[in-house]
Write a protein that binds this ligand. Sequence first.
Ligand code: ADP
Length: 403
Amino acid sequence: MTGTRVLVLNSGSSSLKYQLLDMRDSSRLAAGLVERIGEQTCRLKHTPLAAGGDAREADGPIADHDAALKAVAQELARDGLGLDSPDLAAIGHRVVHGGMFFTEPTVIDDAVIAEIERLIPVAPLHNPANLTGIRTARALRPDLPQVAVFDTAFHTTMPESAARYAIDPRIADRHRIRRYGFHGTSHAYVSRATAELLGKAPEDVNVIVLHLGNGASASAVRGGRCVDTSMGLTPLEGLVMGTRSGDMDPAVIFHLARVGGMSMDEIDTLLNKRSGLFGLCGDNDMREIRRRIDEGDEAAALAFDIYVHRLKKYIGAYYAVLGTVDAVAFTAGVGENAAPVREAAVAGLEGLGLAVDPGRNAVRGDRPRIVSPDAARVAVAVVPTDEELEIATQTYALVGKNT
Ligand code: ADP
């Protein structure tokens, strides 16, 4: 392997996010996003970080992912970072669902593509989009190693007691129904970074990670290995999210179908896209919800309380799963920025050794930091996640090992 750069691609159904990193110092050379692929009003935003220039934006039709990646390649070439450069060592792809099969980052070949395809029934929205990105990148640079980094991989260490639903195992196995968990790249990165913040090895600490973005999930990590996580067969289970309900009595679905007369697709859309904070109060952005609460808005206040109540239940549950806890780490958009969420989530948990120091909690920053009082038994930490760096690191390590 001669190159030191890794391109990280995260392809959604109508978007393509990318970052180019130099793995000698983990620095970011460029980053960008193509949105609304396939529509007339497609937008490409490219930030040449290494060159230190301003972001460049271009609007216009981009028909498909192939055209999107070619447009990205052109932008990179303008900065002298073209995809044909020998400095490019590999492309790392975020793949949402790796099932039980992929427990580690994996160099992509035809068999790997076939297996990701076989998982489409359990990830109908995500895996087809991820595959499109993989196929497009392979067509553009067939000679270059491409690595799939799976959102589910970190959770494959969960014991059966946590991963299985209490249903007939024959039915579960036939349909591959079990709890897979998601956001694994973030949970892996943040749990390790939290250990580092505590000055300990990952093997020596137990951490509860709370990834609170628009999607949200919690995980219990014992000695660097995930032992439980809140998302399940799909990302719908668990915490209250921006637009997803999280945990619910499954009979709500039968009720909505039988009594409410809703179709399965309508219920799917309701629970995934029109529930959570958005369903409760019409806003899914925590900044807006806090602003409304400050103005005395009751619906926003109730949405916040429901969100925090669920979060607190998971902290308690994972405390029990782990037995002893060294740190609770908050990450992602809400976890890193919303001090009131952190404060409310651990309020009243002094008996468990959990508390925030109001002064520390109020300080903003982009570095990992501890926001609990010095005397607290359990550290409460804010640890910014970096999924792209984690994907690039795993990709580079694997490609280095194989060459
Ligand atoms: P995604 O799941 O889309 O990757 P992010 O991790 O970027 O999401 O989180 C996005 C969410 O973070 C927003 O919807 C918003 O609720 C929240 N957020 C971002 N900035 C702030 C802030 N300064 N204060 C409170 N919440 C914030």
